[in-house]
Design a protein around this ligand. Structure first.
Ligand SMILES: [Zn+2]
Length: 169
């Protein structure tokens, strides 16, 4: 419902003022979408999955979503980003995610960074840093065309992970 409201609001807002979402304060736009990714991370948490959520946005529209499903699917590759990439590519009808931004609550791992390379996604905005398995620890894995923004809602994203593992002990 809130999503529908947001889309309708966006539609009228853009219509009246006639400017692209990119002309708005990018911090506000990124934060809004990161909150959507956080909702998916919370959904994963409720399902006893490592709480990581991802969305992909193209021209102000969410075209792919995912959250970690490695337990449910018994599949170590079922990371939030992988599902969001697949959904977005299906939506786009092509494998490249030009003019798309991936929002993910935790820094991508090497597998997801590698997958993002193949999609050539334009931007990646992530929340919490993964000190152990984050792709940035392993050199330049992202596509040269991909811009990386880190630390968006870092605390909220990290707190979810910390709380999850605290409850596991
Ligand atoms: Zn991953």
């Amino acid at each position: 419902m809130r999503e529908a409201f947001f889309l309708i609001f966006n539609f009228y807002f853009l219509k009246i003022y006639n400017f692209e979402p990119t002309d708005e304060d990018p911090i506000t736009v990124d934060e809004t979408y990161m909150r959507e990714a956080l909702k998916l991370a919370k959904q994963a948490y409720q399902e006893d999955e490592i709480p990581i959520g991802a969305i992909i946005v193209s021209h102000g529209k969410i075209i792919g979503k995912g959250y970690n499903l490695t337990e449910r699917l018994n599949d170590v590759t079922a990371h939030a980003e992988m599902q969001a990439f697949t959904a977005a590519s299906n939506y786009m009808g092509g494998k490249y995610l030009k003019d798309c931004t991936l929002y993910v609550t935790v820094e991508p791992c090497v597998m997801c960074a590698g997958a993002s390379y193949w999609t050539q996604v334009s931007r990646i905005v992530y929340g919490a840093t993964d000190e152990k398995r984050g792709a940035s620890k392993f050199g330049q894995l992202y596509h040269p065309k991909t811009t990386i923004v880190s630390g968006m809602l870092q605390k909220e994203c990290a707190d979810l992970i910390t709380s999850f593992f605290r409850n596991k002990r």
